[in-house]
Design a protein around this ligand. Structure first.
Ligand SMILES: [Zn+2]
Ligand SMILES: [Zn+2]
Length: 331
């Protein structure tokens, strides 16, 4: 009976399969389906690679193995690994810290496929001794997550919440390079969500309102910022936005914040006193999820949180005693 080596009915998520019999006979039928590659290994080393088609194993199509087994025509030992060249989807999620050490949770989807089966088997399958799909998939997910954690931590919390598109694009490019090293092509990455703690969400609100990261970071809690604001002279006198940056001026240090990524142009430093009073209606930001919301919204369309407002309609963060814009007391 002729030996048939075939990956029968691979499941949708199966990326590799090892033919269970390691004794191969010359003349065996090797069936490699569309989007598959069969790799012949021995002692962890890759010898011959055969693409889609029906092959009768001869000394011609396995020249390297034939050389190894010493030109004899008797059965020989080899591991046959089938690799799927189809596209796979993986989900990821994890926790990291921003540049300011703000805890951030993130999750999303990524799509990948094997681009270089020899490199993939060398680096992942053989290199890690992972011979089944489950282990390989787990390894890839962990590898992806590790990269995501590392690359995200180079950004500030404001970038993550306000410029997520830019961050996604840049992180994707870096992850693609990481994947290429494993013989994989990272086709696409989608960050579906980022989140942080309540405390950091409130800080984020202040960061976005005032643009002064340093001062906000020096405050223990946002409630303290709000309280400080209430004490400052001029609060409640209708001086508008300018009031806020002036307050934050006091503890200013000359230290320049680190750049989010190499080669980035320096962020324009906004002179606090020159900050024009932005009409509140122009851009409002949800203090809970950081997303821009329609002017005057009572509930955030993204996170569903109720938006607290001062009597004059400005957004105030939870726990604030005074409005950060007009200084009005919050009851
Ligand atoms: Zn929201
Ligand atoms: Zn107000």
């Amino acid at each position: 009976m002729v030996q048939v080596i075939e990956w029968v009915n691979p499941g949708e998520d199966e990326i590799i399969w090892r033919y269970p019999n390691e004794v191969i006979k010359w003349g065996a039928q090797l069936i490699v389906h569309e989007y598959e590659v069969a790799v012949f290994m021995r002692d962890g080393k890759i010898y011959d690679v055969l693409g889609p088609g029906r092959h009768t194993l001869t000394t011609q199509n396995l020249p390297l193995l034939y050389k190894l087994v010493g030109g004899s025509n008797s059965p020989f030992k080899a591991t046959v690994i089938f690799v799927s060249m189809k596209q796979f989807q993986g989900r990821y999620g994890g926790e990291t810290q921003t540049r300011e050490l703000a805890p951030v949770k993130y999750y999303g989807v990524y799509w990948f496929k094997v681009a270089d089966p020899v490199l993939f088997i060398t680096e992942v399958v053989g290199g890690q001794s992972l011979y089944d799909t489950q282990d390989v998939t787990k390894f890839i997910r962990a590898y992806f997550n590790e990269g995501m954690m590392k690359h995200l931590s180079a950004y500030s919390i404001v970038d993550l919440f306000q410029n997520l598109d830019m961050v996604s694009t840049q992180v994707k490019v870096k992850l693609m390079e990481d994947f290429r090293r494993l013989g994989l092509e990272l086709v696409d990455v989608k960050i579906e969500g980022v989140n942080t703690t309540d405390e950091w969400r409130q800080r984020l609100f202040w960061l976005m309102q005032t643009g002064n990261a340093q001062a906000v970071m020096q405050m223990d809690t946002v409630k303290q910022v709000a309280a400080e604001l209430g004490k400052s002279p001029g609060a409640g006198m209708g001086t508008g936005m300018v009031l806020v940056p002036q307050l934050f001026q006091q503890p200013a240090q000359p230290a320049q914040p680190a750049q989010p990524y190499a080669g980035a142009p320096p962020a324009p430093q906004q002179p606090p006193q020159a900050a024009p009073a932005q009409p509140a209606a122009q851009q409002e930001i949800c203090p809970y999820c950081g997303k821009p919301i329609p002017p005057g919204a009572r509930f955030c369309p993204y996170c569903g949180h109720e938006i607290k407002r001062c009597p004059n309609g400005h957004i105030v963060p939870e726990g604030a005693k005074f409005c950060p814009v007009c200084g009005a007391k919050i009851e």
